[in-house]
Structures are given as structure tokens and as C-alpha cells.
Design a protein. Structure first.
Length: 457
């Protein structure tokens, strides 16, 4: 046996670093081929797999099958990323050829709706796809037309109804009338291209929502109905956590799905209110995140806070941005809708830096080979402007607009007024109350309703 520490001994072979499983999409990527069963003729065909990462989106598995015997061909795309914390519903108004060419990522769990046609494509009927709005409509027409000759003889009424629907869909392709496309994905892994990125698209509305228990079960994120948790750890995760000043509870990491502890702490912010700070650190993959939620009752009015950023002291101010708060910097045309980035307790610089990183790395369709050159230049110019705000090279105005008044910006002159900051309280609109679920809340006489319900039961 050779002593590796002895003089003249050969050095131990270094372990080669393992290559990542998913790499950015590239023409030279290796494709995996395997034999697989053909469902059409029963012979063996070839399935090709490509594990790749779409720039500014996430990891996907592209699959293509071809049978040399019966010439059957099909392809699909499956998301290899994790399920997002919130579901997402995207609503797009389609009225021009440019809208039909919008890129679209549809995951396996997404439901597609054509509102005016009263048509829905369920999640189970079509696999994940990377296509365009026009391609999605063409696929729907192809699927509906497939059995029409048979229906004509077996069910004439159904045949006529589907013919009407096909005529409407073909009219959409010819832009005979505008229409509304909805993409609802409980997993949050589907997207419709924003043609105005990084600014809000006037034709595209995005709504994030918390999944129901049934949706979590369909995504295998919750135990099936009637099944009890097997371990104590699972039982603790299933029970609601008692409200304490400090505490922790087990939860799955959103990146690697390993169990990790989420810590929770209640903090009283001077001249504001109590907030709950939650942080997660995964020991397996190193992922870290934090979120802030405001406590107390729902405020009677919304609040708009404006800050003139003139020096480094303004960038160092503490800021609490709730999940219902929108953010604007008019000088560089930056606008974030409520719900973006969730709740955050950081500094002004920290928040803007996070906005920069999110836009630079995670905005789908804004960069890459498929993005138009004009759009890439516009996006790069916008990021340069945001970087100048971060480096305090230009004066700017930060506007926080929170309909629940749960956001806070540090007043350096407290308790006196801050000359660089203005605070405006305003009445919420009916639509804002509707989005927040406040219009249907009954605050008077609910005791009698509860008693009547109990008696009737």
C-alpha cells in the first residue's frame, strides 16, 4: 500500500465537479434517446428527452416521440421546477396579430378558458406546452375537429354545437372579433408573454391566489381526504400553529422539497403596528427566504406613501412592503402590481436590489434568443435606469400604494414630519374592496345569523 503523504507519492485524483442536470437551452445540448412503447400500433418507437432551462423561466423537460412503424409523432413539455407558493390566473385581451403571437407556457395543471366562447380546456385534456396564443387555438381546433365526421351521424345536435364553436375559434384566428384568454394554473408555473415588460401590460392582468385544499391535493401537496398523517412531524405540519411571540413549524422547502424549519417572530414597529416576520432556511440546498405579514384589524382607508430619494440615507431607510402593496418609481416607469415579491421587511436599497435581481433573472420572454431585439434593448435600458437609482446617480420618487395601509416607510425625523416623505390616506374603491374580499363581510348582526344557523341544524 502506498502512503499518499510520503515524498514522491502520486497526488490523489481529484473528484471532477458534477455537471448540473439542467443547463440553459443551447443548440449543442445533448438529447437522451430511449425505446418506448407506441400506444397506436403496439411496436417500439423512439422517445427523445431534453432537460433544459428556459432563460428567465425555469427548468423543463422537452419530450418528443416518433414511431418508425406507424409514423405516429407527438411532443410535450413538462415543468421540472417546483410548485410555486401561490397559484396564478392570467387574463389577456386578444385583439391584434401581435397578441396572437404572444408566447405562452402552459403547465400540466393549467386550465385554459376562452371567455366569450364559453369554452374551457381542462388540465387533464392537454399536456404542458410551450406555444403561442395562435398555436393554442389551432391545437384546440384540431382536437375538436378530430371526431366531427363521426358525430355528424351519431349525435347531430352535438355536431352542430361544435361546428358553431369551431367557426368562432377560426374567427379568432382571423381576428374577426376581440376575445379574452384566461390561463389559470394552481401551480403558478404558466405564463403569457408581457409585450411591455418590464412595465405592466395594459392587456394582461395577473392575479395570484392561495390554493384551496382540493387544489393542493390535486398537486400532491396535501394528504388525500380521509388519510391521517403517519408521523408526528406530519401531524404537527397539518395542525394550525398557535399564535406565539416566537415559534417555528416544519414545512417543505419550495426549492428541493426537503423538510425545513420556518421561524416566526412578532415585532412591534415604532409609530406603526405589530408585524409577523417569518424566515425559512433549508439545510439541504441552502435556500433562504423571508416574508412579513402585518397584524391587527383591517384599516378603514388605504395609504399612499411617497418618498423623494436624494441621498444614501434615503436608500438606508427601513421599509415594510406588505403583500397587498404596489410600488412605483415614475421617473423610470417602474410599476409593480400588488402581490409582487410578497411581503418584505428590509431597506429601500435592499427592496430595489431585489426588484432588479428578479427582473434581470426571472422575467419570462424578456431576454434570450426568442426576444425581439427592440424589446431586449428597451429592457436593458430600463435595468440601467434602475441601477442608477440604486447607485444614487439620479433623483427619484418611491411610491408605496397599499389599500390595506399595512406598509411602512421609516421616518428619519419621527415623531416630527419628514420633509422628503408625504403620507396620504384615501378611500378604497369598490373594486379594491372586492379584490380584498371586504364587500361581502358582515360586521353587524352576524351573531343572530349564527344562532339561526345553529338552530336549523
Amino acid at each position: 500500500m502506498t502512503d499518499q503523504n510520503a515524498p514522491g507519492a502520486a497526488p490523489a485524483a481529484e473528484t471532477a465537479p458534477s455537471e448540473p442536470l439542467f443547463t440553459d437551452i443551447d443548440a449543442g445540448q445533448q438529447v437522451t434517446e430511449m425505446e418506448s412503447y407506441c400506444m397506436n400500433c403496439g411496436e417500439n418507437g423512439i422517445t427523445r428527452l431534453l432537460l433544459t432551462r428556459i432563460p428567465h423561466f425555469r427548468e423543463v423537460i422537452v419530450m418528443a416521440f416518433e414511431c418508425p412503424h406507424c409514423h405516429t409523432r407527438n411532443s410535450e413539455i413538462q415543468s421540472a421546477g417546483t410548485v410555486q407558493e401561490l397559484g396564478a390566473e392570467q387574463t389577456c385581451q386578444i385583439s391584434t396579430r401581435e397578441d396572437l403571437n404572444r408566447q405562452l407556457v402552459k403547465s400540466d395543471s393549467a386550465v385554459v378558458r376562452f371567455v366569450e366562447a364559453d369554452m374551457e380546456i381542462p388540465a387533464v385534456s392537454r399536456r404542458g406546452a410551450l406555444t403561442t396564443v395562435e398555436g393554442l387555438i389551432s391545437s384546440a381546433i384540431e382536437d375538436l375537429s378530430d371526431q366531427q365526421p363521426v358525430r355528424k351521424h351519431t349525435d347531430a345536435a352535438l355536431y352542430l354545437k361544435i361546428e358553431e364553436l369551431l367557426a368562432k375559434l377560426r374567427g379568432y384566428l382571423e381576428l374577426k372579433e376581440p376575445f379574452t384568454l384566461k390561463l389559470d394554473d394552481p401551480a403558478g408555473n404558466s405564463y403569457i408573454e408581457n409585450l411591455c415588460a418590464p412595465n405592466p401590460d395594459p392587456k394582461l392582468a395577473v392575479r395570484h391566489y392561495k390554493r384551496t385544499l382540493e387544489q393542493n391535493r390535486e398537486l400532491s401537496l396535501a394528504l388525500p381526504e380521509g388519510v391521517e398523517p403517519e408521523s408526528t412531524e406530519e401531524a404537527q405540519a397539518a395542525e394550525p400553529t398557535k399564535e406565539t411571540e416566537e415559534g417555528s413549524f416544519p414545512a417543505k422547502c419550495s426549492t428541493c422539497n426537503a423538510m425545513s424549519d420556518t421561524r416566526m417572530h412578532i415585532v412591534n414597529i415604532p409609530y406603526f403596528k405589530e408585524v409577523v416576520i417569518m424566515s425559512t432556511a433549508c439545510d439541504e440546498c441552502g435556500y433562504k427566504s423571508n416574508e412579513v405579514k402585518a397584524g391587527g384589524p383591517v384599516s378603514l382607508k388605504g395609504r399612499r406613501i411617497s418618498l423623494k430619494i436624494t441621498d444614501s440615507d434615503d436608500l438606508s431607510r427601513d421599509i415594510l412592503k406588505s403583500e397587498t402593496c404596489g410600488l412605483r418609481i415614475p421617473e423610470i416607469d417602474l410599476e409593480l402590481q400588488p402581490g409582487t415579491l410578497g411581503g418584505r421587511f428590509t431597506t429601500v436599497e435592499g427592496l430595489l436590489r431585489q426588484v432588479y435581481e428578479e427582473l434581470d433573472t426571472k422575467v419570462p420572454f424578456a431576454k434570450g434568443d426568442s426576444a425581439p431585439e427592440e424589446q431586449k434593448k428597451r429592457f436593458s435600458k430600463f435595468l440601467d435606469s434602475l441601477n442608477k437609482v440604486l447607485n444614487n446617480e439620479i433623483e427619484s420618487t418611491l411610491v408605496l400604494d397599499d389599500p390595506l395601509a399595512n406598509s411602512y416607510l421609516q421616518n428619519l425625523y419621527a415623531p416630527d414630519p419628514d420633509p422628503n416623505m408625504t403620507i396620504e390616506d384615501y378611500e378604497r374603491t369598490w373594486d379594491q374592496n372586492e379584490d380584498l374580499g371586504l364587500n361581502d363581510i358582515k360586521v353587524e348582526g352576524y351573531e343572530q345569523d349564527a344562532e339561526q344557523t345553529a338552530k336549523s341544524e
